[in-house]
Design a protein around this ligand. Structure first.
Ligand SMILES: N[C@@H](CCC(=O)N[C@@H](CS)C(=O)NCC(=O)O)C(=O)O
Length: 216
C-alpha cells in the first residue's frame, strides 16, 4: 500500500494512525514531491489523502478507514455493539464532515484570496467553527457512559483518530481548548500510544518543523 498525503494533512493523519494501529506496512508518498500534474492524474478528487492498493486509488479518509477496517479487522477501530459503533461514527463524522471542511486550507485560501478577507477575519471564521464543532463533542463525551481515557473507553477508536489531527490544527491556530477538558484528555491519552506517536507529522520526511512536535 502507498499512502499519498502530506505531513500536516489532517485527513491523511487519520489514516496513518489507523495503519500504525493495525500494524500494516505502507509506503508514505509526499504529494508535494510528485511531478506537476501527477497528483490530479492519480486522484481526480485532488484532495489528500489517497491510498494506492491493488493497483487502484481510493480517495477520502473515511472510505480508506472503512476499507482498512474491512480488510484488517484487528485491532478494531470501532466498538462491538451496533449503537456504540454508531456513536463513535457520529463523533468522527462531526469532525470529518461538519468541522474540518469549513476550516481546511482551500477554504481559508478562498476567504483570503477571492473574498479578500483579512487574517483577523479568517482567524475569527476558524475559531467560530471550531467552537461550534468542539463544544457538542465535549458534551457528547461528558454524557457518554463509555468513559476514558480515550474518547469512547479504554481503547482508541475512529473518534480518537479524528480528534488528534483536529486538536493539532486548533493549536496551530491558537484556539482556546480550555472549554474542552475531556477532548484534551483523550488527545493526551493518545500520546501514550506508540501507533499515534509513529503517525505524528514530525516523523515524516516532508515535515517542516514550524510548530512544536506533536509526539514531543
Ligand atoms: N473529506 C476529505 C478531506 C480531504 C481534505 O480536505 N484534505 C485537505 C488537507 S486536510 C487537502 O487535500 N487540501 C489540499 C487543498 O485544499 O488543495 C477526506 O476526509 O479525505
Amino acid at each position: 500500500m502507498r499512502l499519498f498525503s502530506q505531513a500536516r494533512n489532517s485527513a491523511g493523519w487519520r489514516v496513518r494512525i489507523a495503519l500504525h494501529l493495525k500494524g500494516l506496512a505502507f509506503e508514505y508518498v509526499p504529494v508535494s514531491g510528485l511531478p506537476p500534474g501527477t497528483w490530479r492524474e492519480l486522484n481526480p478528487q485532488g484532495l489528500m489523502p489517497a491510498l494506492a492498493i491493488g493497483g487502484r486509488i481510493v480517495a477520502q479518509s473515511g472510505a480508506i478507514l472503512e476499507l482498512l477496517e474491512e480488510l484488517h479487522p484487528a485491532p478494531p477501530l470501532l466498538p462491538a455493539a451496533p449503537v456504540a459503533r454508531a456513536e463513535v461514527r457520529a463523533f468522527a463524522q462531526a469532525i470529518a464532515a461538519d468541522l474540518h471542511p469549513l476550516n481546511n486550507n482551500r477554504v481559508r485560501k478562498y476567504l483570503a484570496g477571492p473574498l479578500g478577507r483579512s487574517p483577523g477575519e479568517i482567524d475569527g471564521w476558524y475559531r467560530h467553527w471550531v467552537a461550534a464543532g468542539l463544544a457538542p463533542l465535549e458534551e457528547t463525551l461528558r454524557r457518554s457512559e463509555a468513559g476514558g481515557p480515550f474518547c469512547f473507553g479504554p481503547r482508541p477508536t475512529l473518534a480518537d483518530l479524528h480528534l488528534v489531527p483536529q486538536l493539532y490544527n486548533c493549536r496551530r491556530f491558537a484556539c482556546d481548548l480550555a472549554p474542552y477538558p475531556r477532548l484534551v484528555a483523550a488527545d493526551a491519552a493518545c500520546r501514550t500510544v506508540p501507533a499515534f506517536l509513529a503517525a505524528a507529522p514530525e516523523r515524516l520526511p516532508d515535515y517542516s518543523g514550524a510548530e512544536p512536535p506533536w509526539a514531543g
